[in-house]
Design a protein around this ligand. Structure first.
Ligand SMILES: N[C@@H](CCC(=O)N[C@@H](CS)C(=O)NCC(=O)O)C(=O)O
Length: 223
């Protein structure tokens, strides 16, 4: 049986969500972030040297990386309609959002978080300089890039109920986490009404609620 090595307040929530959507039984091993650094505990590095979450184990298999884990689970348990057919327009949107989530959006959000948190970590004489670097990096690079993506999210969600089309898909699981974070720390506010109503729709899904029961109410890390 698959065990999800699940770090609190992390993108690992998506793996629980996918398994719940598929109705697959699984085990969870919970891990807490270090209170000061917010990093994962060393136990995760004993499983796999990258030491990040999610990681799944399944007999001899040890696999980190969210999208690799999605694919492993789909290979093993079937996609039960959560992946659009190759050759369809929905498949193209599916591929875009599935990969944009991990390839573009999460790295930008992560950089924003690191710069913002560094302000509080540097010795006090460096704080004003660090504050300036954070503000400048955010203003001239990170937030404009995130705004472009938020605009595309808003546009796509004005055309369809879910990211790939009218059918809920694994791209929604990948993107759902990004929207939870974007609402808390990347400016995805009332200017994005389609994204806001998408969040309500997604939070109402029974499988997402079950994942939250196992995780505890999902709260992304704040700035
Ligand atoms: N590219 C990896 C990123 C994994 C990752 O960075 N996870 C974060 C949680 S959201 C983590 O483990 N952070 C704690 C740490 O880096 O020590 C994936 O898609 O799974």
């Amino acid at each position: 049986m698959i065990t999800v090595h699940h770090l609190e307040k992390s993108q690992s929530i998506r793996i629980l969500w996918l398994l719940e959507e598929l109705g697959v039984d699984y085990l969870i091993q919970h891990y807490k972030r270090d209170k000061k650094t917010l990093l994962a505990p060393p136990e995760l590095r004993k499983l796999h040297r990258v030491g990040t979450s999610p990681i799944i184990t399944d007999d001899d298999v040890v696999l980190p990386e969210s999208n690799a884990i999605f694919q492993y689970i789909l290979d093993k348990h079937g996609n039960k309609g959560l992946v659009p057919q190759p050759g369809s327009a929905e498949r193209v949107r599916y591929l875009y959002w599935l990969h944009a989530a991990q390839g573009s959006i999460v790295p930008l959000m992560y950089m924003q978080l690191v710069f913002s948190r560094l302000k509080g970590r540097v010795p006090w004489p460096l704080k004003p300089a660090m504050k300036m670097v954070d503000a400048q990096t955010n203003k001239s690079f990170l937030q404009p890039k995130l705004n472009n993506i938020l605009a595309q999210i808003e546009s796509d969600l004005s055309e369809s109920t879910w990211f790939a089309g009218e059918q809920f898909s694994v791209a929604d699981i990948a993107m759902g986490y990004c929207l939870e974070v974007a609402e808390v720390r990347c400016g995805m506010d009332a200017r994005y009404p389609n994204a806001q109503s998408y969040l309500s729709r997604m939070r109402a899904r029974p499988a997402y609620k079950k994942a939250q029961e196992k995780n505890g109410v999902f709260e992304p890390l704040g700035k």
